[in-house]
Write a protein that binds this ligand. Sequence first.
Ligand code: UDP
Ligand code: MG
Length: 333
Amino acid sequence: MPTLSVISPVYCESDNITVFLDALEASLAPLDHSYEIILIDDGSTDDSWHCMRREAEKRSALRCLRFSRNFGKEAALAAGLDEAKGEAIIVMDSDLQHPPSLIAEMTRIWRDDEADIVEAVKETRQKESFANRLFATLFYKTYAFFTSDDIEGASDFKLLDRSAVDALKQLGESRVFFRGMTRWLGFRRRAIPFTPPERGCGSGKWSFPAKLRLALDSLTAYSAKPLSAIFLLTVLFCLFAVLTGGEALLTWLNGEAMSGFTTVILLILISAAAVLTSICVLALYIRQIFYEAKKRPRYLISERTRQNETRRRRGLPPPRDGSQTDALLLPGR
Ligand code: UDP
Ligand code: MG
């Protein structure tokens, strides 16, 4: 059993993989710990898988999994955690934005038993557009308001003790949000600051719809407060209805009528907006229930490099199509 497992999701990172693995192994080698590296190919459409296979032939500590399609980074992290065998698991991106040089400090904190979860927290955000920054700030503020957990600056670059990973694996939801789930766990935590460097090659893979989906999913998955907000809205509207209705009735009894269409139009617009907002919130929760009720696996693995090692150990020739792996469809939880 290795002491450290490093897991990293890969989506179209063929130009970064070798540089990343070199930097990672250069940081891991001087540590006094055995280690394994697990790369998860999240259905890349470029040359990433071939590159990972080549690297796995050269590096004994490296194992690679390939998803049958793109399931998203969160699913890739879940797969890595399911696969990892180490006593401590380090989760990091493969695009060189999570500096491997921090691993030494992370493992020191863990080894000295100062914390079960060591998180790298962004001191400054990477360079990004104004719209992205605004969206992120809005999301973190809303998330903090609804869940009382401030995850602004939190990153997916973390070290987790085996006990925390085992606890995390007990959370059964099929749609996962690693940052939110690790915060929910509790455990003894320590944060170390870092400034994310520029991406190695290529560009960020998150489209705006993907970000919005993750934001809405994580808000509705970790808080029921928006549902309570509907109740509050209803109470407010009832009060509003009693006051406005009472005033209208009084003026009518006094022989006067409330004037104009403007009042009617305003009332219709305000109440329609409130009703639609409430339906929207309900729809988001029903969406969550819909996905969870299906109980589909979080991911499907179509290939893994270790199978090939097994073939070699058994003295079997490589698969006839020349590929280094066998096809295998394995469902994740
Ligand atoms: N990634 C992934 N699946 C995806 C998108 C991204 O596995 O659908 C991986 C990607 O290869 C990288 C990490 O997740 O290792 C972070 O992705 P990215 O750099 O695009 O995100 P950002 O740094 O902007 O958060
Ligand atoms: Mg990145």
